[in-house]
Design a protein around this ligand. Structure first.
Ligand SMILES: [Zn+2]
Length: 194
């Protein structure tokens, strides 16, 4: 259920979505709570070599990156500007972990990608940043959104033609939020007339 394919983003952007959704607010589960669980998750995802040790400081940086990415995706949901601190956090973290341009030339095809220059936890930051870079250039970035239910905030890829989806598709968050707003409105209405 947590990785409903209908939520999946295309290409490298899917790694960003899965990374942010390690913090499953709706179910109160977090795969990056400590160094051991974070290492296990990143190794299983193929984002980290299991022989590369991670420190508490690395974990803290990854968690900051995760929060910044969620805030950026939430701005995509509402179509507004992301908070300045999220942008600054993203830029500060990525400035420390570089990626380089890699050219692949095949028969009649040329591909170019950004590859992390390190393979430890810093490489994870660089890989995520490279995926955002590619997504912005290819126009898929603005479709990566954070569910507008404050108790969910799940990252999902908006495949709707109108690009106006606000809620993740799998938890009926839209109807939960709408029902709550309706109840609040009713309650306020009752309060006003009594
Ligand atoms: Zn949701």
């Amino acid at each position: 259920m947590d990785n409903d394919p209908s939520n999946a983003a295309p290409g490298a952007l899917e790694a960003v979505r899965r990374f942010v959704d390690t913090d499953d607010i709706y179910n109160g589960r977090d795969a990056l709570t400590d160094v051991a669980s974070a290492t296990e998750w990143l190794v299983a995802e193929g984002m980290l070599d299991k022989d590369r040790p991670m420190t508490a400081h690395d974990l803290s940086a990854l968690r900051n990156m995760r929060d910044a990415l969620r805030a950026l995706a939430a701005a995509n949901t509402l179509g507004g500007q992301p908070p300045r601190e999220a942008v600054d956090t993203f830029n500060d973290l990525t400035a420390r972990h570089t990626a380089s341009v890699r050219l692949e030339v095949g028969r009649g095809a040329t591909a170019v990608s950004l590859e992390p220059r390190e393979d430890g936890p810093g490489g994870v930051v660089a890989r995520l940043a490279a995926a955002v870079h590619e997504a912005v250039l290819t126009g898929t970035w603005t479709r990566l959104k954070s569910c507008d239910n404050p108790e969910c905030r799940w990252l999902f890829y908006d495949e709707s033609r109108s690009r106006t989806a606000r809620w993740c598709s799998m938890r009926a968050c839209g109807s939960i939020v709408k029902a709550r707003r309706y109840r609040d409105k009713q309650r306020r209405g009752t309060a006003n007339t009594s």
